[in-house]
Design a protein around this ligand. Structure first.
Ligand code: DX5
Ligand code: ZN
Length: 223
């Protein structure tokens, strides 16, 4: 199976006092994953639009924002306006996901839609052409350092089959508990963009960790 693979480290596991330097340590990544949490949609609080706007200006790689926030229909377009490569909203937080996806694309950003581990993909298959990326959460959103939920693998397989079957160009991103070991199972199931926080920033060399993850994903694709 030939598939392009992306490693997007999550800066949630980086040093928040030195984010510019932390981004420089992952300049061999395909993008940097930026987790925005509001303490309403998830029980944790991170950074908001002003910080993300500054990150966009200094980052050596494109930014991939993951919005874990309530009232996302109101907020997400402003992240697209900041020039981010990709903006992902949770379908559970959106009142009008098709309208929102179109708005993100109209503002020049890729449109991503995220599903919590227990949210089924089937109700959303008809809207795949509206999306550039489907994010299948492999942990409950809110915190880094959790264990990968293998129970999400069948959903990844079903999403991959639907995407390949309909011929749409939609990436499948997985986020949560991605390690050198679990990335193989996720890649075999059909994911092709891998978010990794603690397994990149928790290593002495984040750049080397990115290359190891990429090599394992490519091995899984080749197998
Ligand atoms: C969790 C975040 C993830 C988190 C992943 O809600 O969306 O992006 O940073 O961290 P790890 O890779 O440590 O599970
Ligand atoms: Zn995330």
């Amino acid at each position: 199976m030939s598939r392009s693979c992306c490693i997007n480290p999550s800066i949630l596991s980086a040093d928040f006092v030195n984010l510019e330097a932390e981004l420089a340590r992952i300049s061999n990544a395909d993008a940097a994953h930026v987790d925005v949490m509001d303490n309403h949609f998830v029980p944790n609080l991170t950074i908001g639009l002003p910080v993300v706007e500054r990150l966009q200006k200094v980052s050596p790689v494109p930014l991939d924002a993951h919005l874990m926030i309530a009232e996302v229909d109101r907020w997400a377009p402003q992240f697209a306006d900041a020039g981010l490569d990709s903006v992902t909203f949770h379908v559970e937080a959106s009142a009008a996901p098709i309208k929102l996806a179109r708005e993100l694309r109209a503002r020049g950003s890729k449109a991503g839609m995220a599903l919590r581990p227990a949210t089924p993909v089937e109700p959303y298959l008809d809207m795949l052409p509206e999306l550039d990326m489907l994010l299948i959460m492999t942990v409950e959103p809110g915190f880094g350092g959790q264990a990968f939920l293998d129970v999400t693998l069948p959903k990844i397989r079903r999403a991959r089959a639907a995407i390949d079957g309909s011929g749409v160009n939609v990436a499948i991103q997985v986020d949560g508990g991605v390690t050198e070991e679990t990335i193989i199972r996720a890649a075999e199931a059909g994911a092709n963009i891998f978010v990794a926080g603690s397994s990149v920033y928790g290593k002495p060399s984040p750049a080397d960790a990115i290359e190891s993850l990429r090599a394992n994903a490519q091995l899984a694709f080749a197998g």
